[in-house]
Design a protein around this ligand. Structure first.
Ligand code: F6P
Length: 460
């Protein structure tokens, strides 16, 4: 029997707020993650976060009954999870929404795809059943992202009393591209999300694309309300964290690597090594800057952090290797005994990222397509001396930051090189004024407000 519990909030996502690793002596250690949802949900008392066990450590934690209060990890069969997460969510849905396919030869929707799709359905069903079992009567359930697009529809069938929201952290594909998907699969995805009372997105552009797909393919959005919530940077947290001792240490080390006693400018980028982030074209643009404008040689360093992501997928491993080899090539072609043109780091280190934000004269954020891109919002907040932002018009953040950024078409390497030159040359007064306005726009909707707005709108 389900008890009345309208104040309860459940969040469902593939990746949870905590992960476990198993050491050789058999002990488990846990690591808490950050991000908008973690900080948003901290504003709520009565809550449960349902997530998937992702690795061996997580699975062992579930088996031993180790958990954190307010978190339930689902030990979904490892092969089913791999097919759903790697095989469908990250190789198909991510590619559709970010328009990453080389369409003359891919995608190929064959029997193997159908087999993986069955796993995606099973994985979504496991979430829907767990949520149906945990939620009190009238509770609010906030389902996250493309991994769990079928959950709202499945959960509505099991528990019509719940308030169900779905939030997309990615772009949404325009209808002509969405139609790459087999027709029945496309319809199933749309109907899955339309099982929610409210479907929300990071920008108006992605919300409109979703409505466009629903209108053209299904004839409308039925009874589902559509919302837009542009997640902002967490200014209080960032400003405090960016001045802790470990960040100061890393800042000193980075200054050392940049060299030349602080006279050199820096172009900073911080990304997951993600196909949509356009790191390779960013490096080509930097090389074009050095080739075409020799006055910048020895006077600028590109500090590029490209952190490991989705390394189970061959195409991500190849991309990571391409980033490394292009950085090496630029250093070999242009480097001098006292100057390393590209300082590339590939090991994830949050404190070092904040140090780079503080150091940045220019931030390069040039994704092919991006749901929001929080780096674009965080750098102006943390930067010590003001920072010019080179920003792709295809990032969700463009809607809020475009007016004070130097905006680029992410495919245009020559225009990006020109934008880097303009950014490096920006007069300090203008740079400071722009940085102040960028920081204000970037922090307009802090994570807790972002989360509570969604909740209020869902209950309203
Ligand atoms: O923003 C989209 C997203 O998939 C998030 O849900 C996720 O936390 C992030 O990208 C990183 O991806 P992954 O969880 O696959 O490492």
């Amino acid at each position: 029997m389900v008890s009345e519990h309208a104040a309860q909030v459940l969040v469902a996502s593939n990746r949870g707020p905590v992960s476990y690793s198993l050491s050789e002596d058999g002990s488990l250690s846990s690591k808490r993650g950050g991000g908008g949802l973690v900080s948003g949900l901290s504003a709520v008392d009565d809550k449960l976060w349902v997530c998937a066990a992702l690795g061996d450590g997580d699975r062992e934690a579930v088996r031993r009954g180790v958990s954190e209060p307010g978190v339930r990890m689902l030990d979904i069969d490892a092969d089913v999870h791999a097919d759903a997460y790697n095989g469908i969510a990250n190789s198909v849905l991510w590619f559709v929404h970010h328009m990453l396919y080389q369409t003359p030869v891919e995608p190929v929707f064959d029997a193997e795809f159908r087999r993986r799709w069955a796993s995606y359905e099973a994985y979504n069903r496991a979430f829907a059943e767990a949520l149906a079992g945990e939620a009190g009567r009238g509770a609010a359930v906030l389902v996250q992202d493309y991994h769990l697009a079928l959950v709202p529809g499945l959960l509505r069938e099991l528990r019509p009393d719940l308030r169900i929201g779905h939030f997309s952290h990615t772009p949404w594909a325009p209808v002509d591209y969405f139609r790459l998907l087999p027709d029945d699969i496309g319809e199933q995805l749309l109907r899955g999300i339309l099982g929610a009372d409210r479907a929300a997105f990071l920008t108006r552009r992605w919300a409109d694309a979703f409505v466009g797909c629903c209108t053209e393919i299904l004839g409308g959005t039925d009874r589902t309300r559509i919302g837009v919530h542009g997640l902002g940077a967490d200014a209080d947290f960032l400003r405090r964290r960016a001045h802790e001792a470990d960040v100061d240490e890393r800042l000193a080390a980075l200054r050392e690597q940049v060299g030349s006693d602080g006279d050199r400018r820096t172009i900073v980028r911080v990304d997951r090594t993600e196909l949509s982030k356009n790191i390779v074209r960013g490096l080509h643009a930097y090389r074009a800057l050095l080739d075409e404008r020799p006055e910048w040689r020895e006077r600028v360093v590109h500090v590029a952090f490209a952190y490991p992501s989705r390394q189970d997928l061959a195409v991500y491993r190849e991309y990571t290797a391409a980033v490394q080899s292009l950085a090496d090539e630029i250093n070999a072609a242009h480097g001098t005994p006292g100057w390393t043109p590209v300082v590339l780091h590939v090991k994830d280190d949050f404190a070092r990222s904040l140090a780079a934000y503080r150091l940045a004269d220019v931030a390069l954020v040039n994704p092919i397509r991006d749901g929001m891109n929080l780096v674009a919002k965080e750098v102006p907040v943390v930067s010590d001396h003001g920072c010019a932002l080179v920003l792709s018009r295809e990032a969700g953040a463009y809607e809020e930051l475009g007016a004070d950024a130097i905006v680029v078409n992410p495919y245009d390497v020559t225009a990006t090189a020109d934008a880097l030159h303009e950014a490096l040359s920006m007069e300090s007064g203008e740079r400071a004024g722009r940085t102040e306005r960028l920081a204000a726009a970037a922090t307009a909707l802090p994570p807790q407000r972002w989360f509570l707005d969604q909740l209020e709108a869902l209950r309203g």
